[in-house]
Design a protein around this ligand. Structure first.
Ligand code: ZN
Length: 399
């Protein structure tokens, strides 16, 4: 990866991560180097951190290096627990990049200074999780290379990982492939996760949700190709995801069925699907959409589903010749997507919505990751699997 000028790299970091401290929200004047190596000037290695948090990180590292007592200066701002909580908070509010920084810092501190490899890998997996709605290959590779790989290269650390943590990592890798429509790889990783769950006798909900998403994914792809077999996959996904309490899943299925029916010209069926979706999951949601309170829907449904659904629903309105309502819904969706850095995949939007947007000059935020750098991602995660698969997991060898 080419390194730009230091100024450009810093500017990129401010743009991506914000100018307030990721923990206490106070204004920052400088950026911290996440790996504490000032030679690494890429934006992906920088974090907006206030002087207090910086001091806390310093304190944790001094304790480790010089064996001082950590009681003199409190270090709780820099504890993995605090960083994890702040990350969760950012994520819930749609601040995905700031969530990423918190998780990465937490993973680094837990691994490097606190001798907590399991916690470190959970936080590294959470950092990958934070990339689901707005993927960035450089950030994904950064966390894989600097946290996951460093941690798994140490066999003592590997022996201290729990099955749940290994499963979490597999699930997130599978989810990132899934989000970028690399179906084969996604299935491979989710199946690996399932194998760990089975071997470790981990409770079923996560497994069912994972299985459900696999079926769901197959269904979406079939329906995108106008293959009605997809409806069967979605039925199975409805059951599994419902059982697992993954409520946005069946809603997502309804959205895709509606989308499929719209493309078939079955407007009545599409409308019924929406009706079922709204009535079943939230009676307020339809009102939310029309009152322009899409942010509410996005917060309760998850950002990419909320916006995807809004665009799909807008498509229905275009077809029903209700251009005023469609326009306000699209405007609202685009604003939310721009604010939160959400991009939608092309197939979510129908041609007629696209034409409608072109006509009144709105650009839909499309886009997938830069595919050039997948090679590194693929290589690191395969290496990681080799380590996990050959390590003993409660008496089983997973390979
Ligand atoms: Zn702070």
């Amino acid at each position: 990866m080419r390194v730009g000028s230091e100024r450009a790299e810093k500017q990129r970091a401010w743009n991506e991560f914000g100018t307030e401290c990721v923990v206490c929200e106070s204004k920052c004047r400088d950026l911290h180097h996440i790996d504490e190596d000032t030679r690494h000037k890429r934006w992906t290695n920088r974090a907006p951190v206030c002087p207090t948090l910086n001091e806390h990180i310093q304190r944790v590292s001094d304790d480790k290096t010089y064996g001082r007592l950590s009681l003199i200066i409190p270090t709780d701002h820099a504890s993995p627990g605090t960083l994890s909580d702040r990350g969760d908070d950012h994520f819930r509010k749609g601040r995905f990049r700031r969530a990423y920084v918190c998780y990465r810092l937490g993973a680094y501190i837990a691994r490097k200074y606190l001798d907590k490899p399991n916690e470190a890998l959970i936080l590294a997996s959470k950092a990958l999780y934070s990339l689901r709605p707005a993927f960035n290959m450089e950030l994904a590779v950064e966390v894989l290379r600097k946290e996951v790989k460093t941690l798994l290269a140490d066999s003592k650390s590997v022996s201290r990982l729990t099955d749940e943590t290994k499963l979490f990592l597999c699930r997130e890798i599978g989810a990132l492939y899934f989000g970028e429509t690399r179906l084969t790889e996604s299935e491979v990783w989710l199946e690996r996760g399932l194998r760990i769950a089975r071997n470790g006798a981990i409770p079923g909900d996560g497994v069912k949700a994972t299985l459900g998403r696999t079926s769901q994914h197959k269904g979406f792809v079939d329906l995108f190709r106008m293959d009605a077999t997809g409806l069967k996959h979605l039925e199975r996904a409805d059951d599994l995801l419902g059982e697992a309490g993954y409520f946005t899943g069946p809603a997502n299925n309804a959205q895709h069925r509606a989308f499929f029916y719209i493309k078939c010209g079955e407007i009545g069926l599409a409308d019924r699907e929406f009706e079922r979706l709204f009535l079943h999951y939230s009676t307020d949601l339809r009102t939310s959409f029309f009152d322009g309170h899409l942010v509410n829907a996005v917060d309760s449904w998850g950002p990419w589903l909320g916006c995807g659904l809004a665009l799909c629903f807008a498509e229905l309105l275009v077809r029903q010749r209700k251009p005023g309502r469609a326009k306000s819904l699209i405007d609202s969706a685009i604003t939310v997507m721009q604010d939160r850095g959400i991009r939608t995949q092309g197939p979510i939007v129908c041609e007629s919505t696209q034409r409608f947007c072109d006509r009144y000059g709105r650009t839909l935020p499309f886009g997938l990751a830069d595919r050039r750098s997948w090679t590194t991602f693929d290589r690191i995660v395969e290496w990681a699997w080799n380590v996990l698969a050959t390590s003993q997991t409660r008496g089983f060898v997973l390979g």
